[in-house]
Design a protein around this ligand. Structure first.
Ligand SMILES: [Zn+2]
Length: 471
């Protein structure tokens, strides 16, 4: 492929850029086309050979050109816990993985994004570090109802809450009473509420049962089955039942993050059919792994809710196919490797969270293709669906006139083995290490500027902070 110089996206004297190829994935399907870009925006999509003479041309040939992926569930942890991850390393990993828009979660940074002042600190921490575009979710925690409107007006895309302890003390869980206080405000704003949907009750019961089992010598913390049993499906099922009830009562848009329990699919499907304002995501690790295959002590697989059985995984795939699950997001949630307690292999004490930002596209594509799905499904689940959740339809997640020229040049047939040394995440520990994957990101464009090509990054960061309302 020819090398394309970086073009300043905001210059009024910008020469046009075109990206052409025989396999362009537009909302109407795959076709040969030329994408015309000016000032970072797609201004026309024409036949393959229509190119004006003053344009800089990037010819993708037979490679697929798809919309840049939108990942609405990423923990970057900066400021405050930048030793866990950071804006520079996370957005480089994103660019290398074809993710051109990230919406970052409000927790694991210090301060958590639960006030407008904290939001300003977060935005300030991004300066000169963004390789792709990044927006933010705010947080709902007990007692911050008055902060919700200022956060919304400052530019967050919606709000996240936890129904179980989050793992960090500065982001407290909410009870039903807290949700009842927050939901009228969120409904008035039209802001979506994203919920970590597990309830503490069933988890406490499972742990109490396990404690009595432990007295008789069972319940090894190094066995994956012990962790799985401590986070039963009921915790998710009951949380989702509560969310569906509250969604109806308050007529507020709710979103279930990282669905793992396939038992909740039927009630979600039924509620959606009746018009409930609820959307659902799952993650690459629930679609790629199975509990039966996780080795003793392999704490890099620990996350919450947990990776469940093979049969559960296949039901998640079926729910993606029928639209009950709307989208796939990474839940990239890294930590220093020492917190994973890999030497001890203790699933119960290790930090829960899986690092996968750079690998989400090939992981999902590998699994999807083996089940007969097409790249158009990937676009629906990893571009259009997340863009819709964040209210970014028409700007992100599609190759269409008026959208930002966020593009991925993708080879869907090439394979590679995951080498942790080639990941740009701050920490390299990942459950995908050594796994053979299909699909290679050859190049990534953010608003018409090439930020990554064949392992090389552009000369300077070009990502920007996305704010609701100004996008
Ligand atoms: Zn998360």
């Amino acid at each position: 492929m020819p090398n394309l110089p970086n073009i300043p996206g905001d210059s009024p004297h910008n020469a046009g850029v075109v990206v052409r190829g025989r396999r362009i994935l537009t909302p109407e399907g795959e076709r040969p086309a030329t994408i015309h870009i000016r000032d970072g925006v797609i201004v026309a999509i024409s036949h393959l050979d229509e190119i004006s003479s003053d344009s800089l041309v990037f010819d993708a040939g037979d490679l697929v050109v798809m919309p840049g992926l939108v990942d609405t569930h990423v923990h970057i942890n900066e400021p405050g816990r930048a030793e866990w991850e950071g804006f520079s390393s996370a957005t480089q990993a994103a660019a290398a993985g074809g993710m051109t828009t990230l919406i970052e979660m409000p927790l694991n940074s210090i301060p958590a994004t639960t006030s407008a002042a904290a939001y300003r600190e977060k935005v300030a921490a991004t300066a000169h570090k963004l390789w792709v575009d990044v927006g933010f979710w705010g947080g709902v925690v007990p007692g911050n109802v008055r902060e919700l409107r200022p956060l919304w007006e400052a530019g967050v895309f919606g709000f996240k809450c936890f129904l179980v302890p989050s793992g960090v003390s500065e982001f407290a869980l909410v009870a039903e009473s807290d949700l009842r206080a927050a939901l009228p405000e969120l409904a008035a704003l039209g802001a979506p509420l994203l919920a970590h949907a597990e309830l503490p009750g069933p988890i406490e019961s499972a742990i109490n049962n396990a404690a009595s089992k432990n007295a008789t010598g069972g319940n090894d913390p190094c066995k994956y089955a012990t962790w799985l049993a401590s986070r039963p499906r009921e915790a998710e099922n009951e949380a989702i039942a509560l969310l569906l009830f509250l969604s109806r009562e308050f007529n507020a848009p709710l979103h279930v993050v990282h669905l793992s329990s396939s038992d909740a699919i039927a009630p979600l499907c039924e509620a959606k059919a009746l018009g409930a304002r609820i959307s659902v995501e799952t993650c690459p690790h629930y679609l790629a792994f199975a509990a039966e295959e996780i080795a003793a002590g392999a704490t890099e697989f620990k996350c919450a809710p947990p990776i469940r059985e093979r049969e559960n995984r296949e039901r998640l795939w079926a729910a993606l196919a029928d639209g009950t699950i709307d989208l796939i997001a990474s839940d990239h949630s890294p930590c220093p490797p020492s917190m994973k307690l890999r030497e001890r292999g203790d699933f119960l004490r290790a930090w829960g969270g899986i690092a996968s930002l750079q690998l989400g596209l090939p992981v999902v594509w590998t699994e999807a293709r083996s089940r007969g799905y097409a790249l158009t499904h990937i676009v629906k689940w990893m571009c259009e669906g997340p863009a819709s959740l964040a209210g970014l339809t028409g700007r992100k997640g599609a190759i269409a006139v008026g959208c930002d020229a966020d593009l991925v040049i993708f080879n869907p047939d090439a394979t590679f083995r995951v080498d942790p040394a080639r990941l740009y995440h701050r920490h390299k520990l990942t459950p995908y290490a050594g796994r053979e994957l299909t699909g290679v990101v050859e190049a990534t464009f953010v608003r018409g500027q090439k930020v990554f090509e064949k392992g090389e990054f552009g000369p300077a960061t070009t990502g920007c902070v996305l704010r609701r309302g100004s996008v």
